[in-house]
Design a protein around this ligand. Structure first.
Ligand code: AR6
Length: 336
């Protein structure tokens, strides 16, 4: 999976490289830095001493020693001073330089802690956005699996507004038995009044009827003999995007993409179908149709499904934002 969130102690992770959030001396400290040095053993400090320190926003690489990873990439995040002294650019640079080093060493799997979000006091929701945006930007042009490792789940924060909105939506809809169209209107939880009015205007007077009659993309494309791969390719063509753009947007690895395309009887998981629905920016109705072509449905007794429904209704198709939210609500992330 190209970008994934996991809750774990980074020192226990078996991957090619883990990233250390350290300081300019590279000589160890508290937080994740202390944990990494303690687990790697004294030889890590010996190698670090020979590196001559590291500038803020830069990164250096060492071996992993007693750690289960091959390499440790040491990067120095900015200390948060209110956001007025270039902290964001420096934090972005930490991720970019670390990823460039990982690439140079041929790493296929890399794990990051949330750099600067501890002792250096970078607000956690902002630190998370910088991490996700920078890593996903890198992944558009590179094949690598990257983990964002969250040590203490309570300290993992998505924006408060999004969290509250999704929590309300789950409360209102969990195990709700009302009909789809009813649900559609009652819970169309777009905060902006402007967008809501615009939506109603587009539907016209008989909005509900309109929705029921509206032909979905899948209706137009569905051919009983098409397998998932063929339907997917038709949708990609219709959207005018490339295959690579599509699987990257779906947070799906190249290997999985090849499997879908080359294994004739490949049956995608529900998670995979939804990942592609998001990448193709399908509506809720279209997503339901796509799911039904492979025998799946969205359920009101599944938190995961309700969160997906929330994002589809709000036309929020950034898979990484969706995954941050799923993770926060203890649900599996999208992508394979
Ligand atoms: N695994 C994964 N994440 C962890 C772990 C762990 N074992 N331990 C802590 N974190 P911090 P910074 C998370 O303070 O803010 C050091 O003294 C933690 O919850 O380690 O960049 C250095 O020497 C937080 O979300 O790094 C520097 O002086 C994130 O790692 C200074 O702290 C980063 O917290 C660097 O501060």
């Amino acid at each position: 999976m190209p970008l994934h969130f996991i809750k774990q102690d980074i020192t226990k992770l078996e991957c090619d490289a883990i990233v250390n959030a350290t300081n300019n001396t590279l000589l160890g400290g508290g937080g994740v830095d202390g944990a990494i040095h303690a687990a790697a053993g004294g030889k890590l400090l010996e190698e670090c001493k020979r590196l001559g320190g590291c500038d803020t926003g830069d990164a250096k690489i060492t071996k992993g020693y007693n750690l289960p990873c091959k390499y440790v990439i040491h990067t120095v995040g900015p200390i948060w001073r209110g956001g007025f002294v270039g902290e964001r650019a420096l934090l972005e640079s930490c991720y970019k330089k670390s990823l460039a080093l990982a690439k140079e060493k041929g790493c296929e799997t890399v794990a990051f802690p949330l750099i600067s979000s501890g002792v250096y006091r970078y607000p956690k929701d902002k630190a998370l956005s910088v991490a996700v945006e920078t890593i996903s930007g890198f992944l558009l042009d590179n094949e690598m699996t990257v983990y964002i490792v969250v040590f203490d789940k309570a300290s993992y924060q998505i924006s408060e507004e999004l969290f509250d909105d999704v929590a309300d939506y789950i409360d209102e809809n969990y195990e709700d038995e009302s009909s789809d169209s009813h649900l559609f209107y009652r819970n169309f939880s777009i905060r902006s009044e402007e967008r809501r009015l615009d939506f109603i205007e587009r539907l016209g007077e008989n909005g509900e009827e309109h929705i029921q009659c509206e032909l979905s993309l899948i209706d137009m494309l569905a051919d009983i003999d098409d397998n998932f791969a063929v339907t997917l390719l038709k949708l990609i063509d219709l959207r005018g995007i490339t295959d690579v753009e599509c699987y990257k947007k779906a947070n799906v690895s190249k290997q999985t993409w090849y499997k879908i395309m080359n294994e004739k009887d490949y049956k995608p998981s529900k998670n995979t179908v939804i990942s592609f629905a998001i990448a193709l920016e399908l509506s809720l109705k279209e997503t339901k149709h796509l799911l039904s072509t492979v025998g799946f449905a969205l359920s009101k007794s599944s938190k995961f499904d309700i969160i997906i429904e929330y994002f589809l209704l709000n036309e929020e198709y950034n898979i990484f934002t969706i995954n941050e939210t799923l993770f926060k609500f203890d649900q599996p992330c999208l992508g394979v």
